[in-house]
Design a protein around this ligand. Structure first.
Ligand SMILES: NC(=O)N[C@@H](CC(=O)O)C(=O)O
Ligand SMILES: [Zn+2]
Length: 435
């Protein structure tokens, strides 16, 4: 099986070129390559070829909440969104705090075959924050866990966090922190500020995030370890990451598409579709996050794709679960918030969606340069497309998108995983349907 991509703009630069992929790799790059050599030809005139996207923060809900997402439906959403690797968070039921679960997630992802589903292992048993999970066993399993996180919860005990960081450096794995000081967010449902005060919603202060970011930077420094900050949401977090780096501390950070586009003015309607952790902040935070991402202080984009059942989102704001879908809309939101305002070019998109996340977690077959001999993990984007989001049209089981009925720019048209087309023109191609 070989595929010829015709007339693409590699990284959106230069002249239209043909790219031939086969045997999992990029075989040839040149003008007017012979279509007879390929088993499938894709006419992609004017489309932009990027390395396949890597998502460090996805919730796939299997095992336990298959009524909201499965590894298969989440993999479909990922492939349609241009992703070739995703990291599935550990807050499943049962929790992914043992090698039985992490190996299952990896194996099931490979069986589906649309995207590499890397299991994230829990830092603490049951996400309870009390006792370290068996990190070494999970790291040595078939699923080779590369990242550990209690995401959904903060590893708030500084002694446990310190030990986790110490173990992580000897195991060569990454700890990703959901930075939220729980004593400051008791009962909180929205960003603490004038909007929440006016609407009578209990506030989640910026300091709840920032105090943990600062603390963990210092713990990482002392442990000689790396720490990764999940879903940065405040201007202060950007400043703290910048400061920590200036001190030589190994700290990296991600930002979600929703924190780059939406602010707490969305809460006026009390629609719980906008409820998320950390909460949508103020316009000044949105501006600082965009700038931080453009300057490389924030390393990468991660979706925090968080499917929830309708009954958990269509209820009173305080009772609703936090989280929103993100995999299929991420690229379009990045184009709208970063490319169109001139904050990133397409090389920059490759950096924040693919190269940096792959490097942060140490994936050596993803985020690679688009060159002959490299693995063919690739994404084609139509920059002139426009599309209107409809929750039920998305591949996820749940439909909780905050972008319902919005018209977004640019669209992923084709995704290739090791040279095999996994998504094309809005349809996924399951491996099982080819055999
Ligand atoms: N982001 C969210 O609001 N929710 C996530 C958990 C998380 O990422 O913190 C979820 O699992 O639903
Ligand atoms: Zn989180």
């Amino acid at each position: 099986m070989s595929v010829l991509l015709r007339g693409v703009l590699i990284y959106g630069e230069g002249e239209p070129t043909d790219v031939l992929v086969g045997d999992g790799t990029i075989l040839e790059i040149g003008v007017d390559l012979d279509p007879a050599t390929a088993s499938e030809v894709i006419d992609a005139g004017g489309q932009i070829l990027l390395p396949g996207f890597v998502d460090l923060h996805t919730h796939l809900r299997e095992p336990g909440r298959e009524d909201t997402e499965t590894i298969e439906t989440g993999s479909s959403a990922a492939a349609l969104g241009g992703y070739t690797a995703v990291f599935a968070m550990a807050n499943t039921s049962p929790v992914a705090d043992s090698v039985v679960i992490t190996d299952h997630v990896w194996r099931r992802g490979q069986e589906v075959g649309l995207v590499d589903v890397h299991p994230v292992g829990a830092v603490t048993a049951g996400l309870e924050g009390k006792q370290l999970a068996e990190m070494a066993t999970m790291a040595a399993g078939v699923g080779k866990v590369k990242m550990f996180s209690d995401d959904g919860h903060c590893v708030y005990d500084p002694l446990i966090m310190r030990r986790a960081l110490e173990y992580s450096s000897s195991l060569g794995v990454l700890i990703a922190q959901h930075a939220e000081e729980p004593r400051l967010t008791v009962g909180a449902v929205a960003h603490e500020g004038p909007t929440a005060a006016r609407l009578g919603l209990a506030g989640w202060p910026r300091a709840a995030e920032e105090s943990i970011v600062a603390r963990d930077a210092l713990l990482a420094r002392d442990a000689g370890a790396r720490v990764h900050i999940c879903h940065a949401s405040t201007a202060g977090t950007v400043e703290l990451v910048k400061w920590a780096r200036s001190q030589g501390i190994s700290i990296t950070a991600e930002v979600t598409p929703h924190h780059l586009l939406l602010d707490d003015s969305r809460l006026e309607t009390y629609d719980a579709i906008n409820k998320v952790n950390p909460p949508l902040r103020e316009a000044s935070d949105v501006a600082a996050l965009r700038k931080g991402l453009a300057e490389g202080i924030i390393d990468c984009v991660a979706t925090d794709h968080a499917p929830h059942a309708e009954q958990d989102k269509c209820c009173e704001f305080a009772a609703a679960r936090p989280g929103m879908l993100g995999l299929e809309t991420a690229l379009s939101i990045i184009v709208q918030t970063m490319v169109q305002p001139g904050l990133l070019d397409w090389r920059g998109v490759a950096r924040v969606m693919s190269e940096r996340p792959a490097a942060i977690v140490g994936l050596d077959d993803q985020g690679r340069p688009i060159e002959v001999g490299e693995p063919a993990n690739l994404t084609l984007v139509d920059p002139s497309a426009e599309w209107t989001v409809h929750g039920p049209d998305l591949a996820s089981v749940a439909h909780n998108t905050p972008y319902e009925s919005m018209t977004l720019p640019a669209r992923v048209t084709t995704t290739l995983l090791r040279g095999r087309i996994t998504a094309h023109d809005g349809n996924v191609r399951l491996r099982s349907s080819e055999e």
